[in-house]
Design a binder for this molecule. Structure first.
Ligand code: LLP
Length: 419
């Protein structure tokens, strides 16, 4: 095989049909991952639910796919709610997150029967109490807790981030007041506790510490509550990343939760998780066309027709990616190169250093594992148009988001008569 094939379609066919830069999603890969989550996240002792953290990649077509697997949804803004509603996502499976939800967003949620709210702080619970009364809606509240555990890929810190902008510490006065308010409210009901300890986690130890913390709080309650462990399952961006197979990781989380509950003679209503990146990340590939090639005294650049506008992660987090010349897979990687984007910014580098075959202008470059937080964090900087998104499966491709046209750049602009 000398050419990259995604979902049964060659990269060159995709580039010809949809142009580049292009976000390509392997639908079967996403389906397989969702199946692994479905199979791995089950317990004989309590109910379980997987919520897709849609901030990783949200389009109507994606939400439909997620719904096929019976997953719920984590949304974090009015805009994400709007998209979920347009996708006809079951409203009782949507959980509304965020540390600073506006009154308008909360009203929008309540009016549309989105009644699971993950509340971040006391002021939010106070506002929810007022709004739930005003709109006569019973709201299930999960409190976002800061359990003091922070995962950094392979290690974790226990007393990390007490000043995080997210959540409350269970012991804090603010959290206890929030709990009291929920207890006294006739519209709010405590559904349980939520925590999210980080992203791109490769070792389950931090989650086990989180489970210990969360279950320890449950002893203060007579009724069984639900626990949401958040997302953060790591994926493979480059050869250096060694994620744990998803079913294996989930099995460990389930078993540990069962043991922690058993030890304390507790039951829970439901255990939830919220993976985002792990569902879509590795399924996504970005196709670029190489334009100019340039040598400087110490470097060789391959310039591509996109960059930080379609993938801000290298500039923002120094994120690393693997790539290939999509039509020269079997050629020797003799060139040490930097892949840079076309935006007017020195930091617009897609891959700092990699080895590739000798390229010529017009060659296709495939950057792997771009499915999470690429499209969703894309921008129109430099008036770049957002690339198209396609799903491929079984040798067929379908357009999910059309490429922006220049006219899309002016949408919303108000022009005044110069006279
Ligand atoms: N749940 C909560 C409450 C979260 O804050 C997040 C991610 C997730 C779930 C999903 O985490 P995941 O499974 O995708 O790691 N833009 C960054 C990632 C920000 C993550 C924010 N929260 C990136 O590109 O790496």
């Amino acid at each position: 095989m000398t050419e990259l094939i995604i979902g049964g379609v060659t990269a060159s066919t995709l580039a010809e049909k949809y142009q580049t830069p292009l976000y390509v999603y392997d639908e079967e890969k996403m389906r397989q991952t969702m199946l692994s989550f479905k199979r791995g996240f089950v317990s004989k002792h309590f109910d379980t639910k997987v919520l897709y953290a849609s901030k990783a990649f949200q389009t109507i077509e994606m939400l439909r796919l997620v719904h096929e697997y019976g997953f719920g949804l984590d949304v974090v803004s009015g805009g994400e709610i709007y998209t979920a509603l347009q996708a006809d996502f079951p409203r009782d499976a949507i959980y509304f997150h965020g540390n600073n939800k506006t009154p308008e967003e909360l009203i929008y949620a309540l009016e549309n029967e989105l009644l699971h709210v993950v509340a971040d702080n006391l002021m939010e619970v106070e506002l929810l109490e007022e709004l739930s009364q005003r709109y006569s809606k019973k709201v299930d509240v999960m409190l976002r807790l800061n359990v003091g555990v922070e995962a950094h890929t392979h290690e974790y810190i226990v007393t990390a981030h007490i000043d995080s902008k997210f959540g409350m510490s269970y012991e804090s006065k603010e959290c206890q007041q929030a709990l009291q308010l929920i207890k006294e409210s006739s519209y709010l009901e405590l559904e349980g506790f939520h925590a999210h300890i980080g992203s791109q986690i490769f070792d389950v130890t931090a989650w086990l510490a989180e489970i210990d913390k969360l279950t320890s709080y449950l002893t203060d309650f007579e009724q069984p509550l639900s626990l949401n462990l958040g997302g953060g399952f790591g994926i493979r961006y480059t050869q250096n990343d060694q994620p744990i197979p998803i079913e294996e990781a989930l099995k460990k989380l389930i078993e540990y939760t069962e043991e922690a509950l058993d030890k304390r003679k507790l039951t829970i209503r439901q255990l939830l998780i919220e993976p985002g990146r792990s569902i879509v990340g590795e399924a996504g590939t970005t196709l670029y066309t190489i334009g100019f090639i340039k040598k400087t005294p110490h470097k060789k650049y391959y310039f591509v027709d996109g960059g930080m506008t379609d993938n801000i992660r290298p500039a923002l987090y120094q994120a690393a990616y693997d790539c290939d010349l999509a039509e020269k897979l079997s050629e020797e990687k003799t060139e040490k190169v930097t892949i840079a984007g076309k935006m007017c910014e020195s930091g617009d580098v897609v891959i700092k250093e990699t080895y590739l075959p000798k390229a010529k202008s017009g060659d296709l470059l495939a950057v792997y594992s771009t499915g999470a937080y690429g499209y969703s964090m894309s921008s129109n900087y430099n008036r770049a148009t957002r690339p198209a998104v396609v799903f491929v499966n079984n040798g067929q491709s379908r357009l999910v988001v059309r490429r922006q046209a220049f006219s899309d750049l002016l949408r919303g602009e108000v022009s005044y008569d110069p006279s």
